[in-house]
Design a protein around this ligand. Structure first.
Ligand SMILES: [Mn+2]
Length: 328
């Protein structure tokens, strides 16, 4: 990672106009690390453009400079000398076919920065650190190395990145190092209370009404190792909500005592279910999701399944039982 950060520094030094982007359906780490790096590059006198296909979700609109994130990447904005893709292992996850644009040189040098390993390089430079809790942690390391002054705007963006990806320092990726980084970011102007209030305590009322309906379906399987909830189309209609309101729901069944795998079945189209999977310790849910054409990370993954809910549940539970080697 040290040599990659040096190469990244040289790319920044040599660039005049830079594009920053992150994965579709962005989370706090995707947007926080993207904005932090962009503001830092801008402070070095470069021109920066922020892009995310899906824009900024309401809960993250408080991020400094969030209003500058474009959702439309007009050709007139480029060409760029460099493009930084944050919090995704591959250019495809930006969601707009950037891979194809590369050939024309419009993106300039492409750099992927992520805290997950990849088997499939898709950019000129990959800065990957699976030891880092969040992409924001890697960006923090970079900014310290290139001696950018981390003011309160950048500190807030990076603090949001590391707190959201660690579940506010509760997940297994919470290290003493990321806690020290967070403390330093607070010293530089990030406010833990204001961030927590904006991210966790500013939910639209209808989202909680939807959660109440979803929780009424809570059930366990595999002798209590699995807990699941269902969000179907009738629930969206009766609460005037949509899929975006299910963000974070899968973490609720995860809190049941003894549960190893939490599942949310969300009906995106009639009888077409988006299955979100979260695990605690034993199960690699990315491998499980891959069996059904999905993917993700070891502790958080997803796939699509088609059919009536009872059949979809049976299929998934059988696969989990097999993976956990559980015998009922
Ligand atoms: Mn992340």
């Amino acid at each position: 990672v040290t040599t990659e950060l040096e190469r990244l520094k040289r790319i920044i030094d040599g660039a005049r106009r830079v594009l920053l982007t992150s994965h579709e359906n962005p989370d706090g780490d995707a947007l926080g690390s993207m904005l932090a790096l962009g503001l830092a590059v801008e402070s070095l006198g470069k021109e920066v453009v922020f892009f995310n296909k899906d824009g900024v979700p309401a809960a993250l609109e408080f991020l400094p400079h969030a209003s500058r994130v474009l959702t439309d990447l007009s050709p007139r904005l480029g060409p760029f000398d460099a493009t930084f893709v944050l919090d995704c292992t591959d250019l495809g996850r930006v969601g707009i076919g950037l891979e194809g644009t590369m050939a024309e040189g419009w993106l300039g040098r492409t750099v992927i920065i992520d805290h997950h390993q990849t088997r499939k390089p898709s950019a000129d430079l990959h800065v990957l650190d699976p030891e880092a809790a969040a992409t924001g942690e890697i960006v923090y390391d970079l900014l310290r190395r290139i001696s950018v002054d981390i003011g309160s705007d950048i500190a807030t963006c990076l603090y949001v990145a590391v707190t959201t990806d660690t579940g506010t320092f509760r997940y297994s990726n919470t290290t003493s190092r990321v806690l020290r980084i967070a403390a330093d970011l607070v010293d530089r102007g990030a406010s833990p209370y204001e961030v927590a209030e904006a991210v966790y305590e500013s939910q639209p009322l209808e989202k909680l009404r939807l959660l109440a309906l979803a929780l009424s379906t809570l059930e366990t399987a595999c002798g209590g190792l699995v807990a699941s909830i269902v969000v179907d189309r009738a629930m969206f209609t009766s609460t005037s909500t949509d899929r975006t309101h299910t963000e974070g729901f899968v973490n609720v069944p995860r809190t049941v005592r003894g549960v190893e795998v939490a599942v949310m079945f969300r009906e995106d189209e009639p009888d077409l279910w988006k299955v979100s999977l979260r695990s605690k310790r034993r199960l690699d849910v990315a491998r499980l999701a891959e069996r059904f054409g999905g993917g993700g990370h070891e502790r958080a993954a997803g796939c699509m399944l088609r059919g009536a809910i009872e059949a979809v549940k049976r299929t998934l539970y059988a696969a989990i039982e097999e993976a956990l080697e559980w015998k009922g």
